[in-house]
Design a protein around this ligand. Sequence first.
Ligand SMILES: Cc1ncc(COP(=O)(O)O)c(C=O)c1O
Length: 389
Amino acid sequence: MSEGPSTTSVHGGGHFDPAVGAASSPIYRTSTFRFATTDDLLAAARGERPGFYTRHGHPNFAAVEAKFAALHGAEAAVLFASGTAAFAGVIQALVSSGDRIVALADLYGGTRVLLGECARRFGVRVEYVPLAELGRLDRALVGARLLVAEGPTNPMLRVVDVAALAAAAHAAGAALVFDNTFATPVLQRPLALGADLVWESATKALGGHSDLLGGLVAGRAELVERVRTARKVWGAVADPETAWLLERGMKTLVARLARQSETAAALARWLEAHPGVARVWYPGLPSHPDHALARRLLGSGGAVVTFACRGGHAAARALADRVRLVGNAPSLGGVESLLSLPVLTSHAYLTPDERAACGVTDDLVRLSVGLEELADLEADLDQAMGASR
Ligand SMILES: Cc1ncc(COP(=O)(O)O)c(C=O)c1O
């Protein structure tokens, strides 16, 4: 990427149609492609020309994949039907029965559920290392195929040292697979820090409008080709209109994230002083355990703030029931502010012990900050917490 990220987010991967001069990419609403000759069909099947059958690839997917790859400085990327499908594609491509995966315990709950399925159903061994026990990571990695990590983490916003994780994984002959959903390429580019594959739920900040599901994986061409083959074989494809919406959303990623992070930083400070709040986790605040690392790696605290309510779970639930402007919904990264209680949503399927290992308590609220005015968000949270005091 030679130009700046704002320019790449607008122009990267777009394809200009000289026939009509449309300023945005056309949507090719097709499941298949037709050919003048069988020789042409065979050339497309070999990947020598774009468009064969949509499960294999599609021009609207290619536009998003090229934009994501450019933003991450990657050789290649591949689009999936959801973030979870993207991670499943990585596992399907790189892991076999009998292999061992080491994962940091602080992961989105759904990622842990998927790894649990791999262990129960497909004979893959999974070992979790909590962030507090990173000292035993090198030993755990001996004989492992993959190291799975995420950062900033959902929902505690823990920031991990990607370069150190990559070095540890590589020393053991393992590959580092990194979930960058909360950072996006605007805040962090894990491939440049040594990760082998980066993936993101495009459902969140990349799409940015809470109107689509998608997932993207990027990395070296050879690895991404294996993941693309997994998409073709297992079939977790997006559709052309979703890809087009995602391309449109990604054009404003840098501008949205800048404004949302600015509002989130101000809200985090406001929450820290609020009598209804027991504790705030925001990487941009000096009180966050990884503040120094966040300053070095991310440069900004991002658009999500997590806080514990004084009054425990009942107070968190009352707040969620009383917000009017902020939505009570299990997602994040959109232009509209949303909150959710991780114990009931992102981490509902973990056992209490598993939640405790990554610091997820039942008084937590995860707040994804949108593009509304700061004062309006403060007023809404204040009335919702005031009512619960
Ligand atoms: C950090 C993180 N990774 C992955 C996912 C899964 O993404 P999707 O819902 O698009 O499958 C989520 C969803 O909340 C998430 O928060």
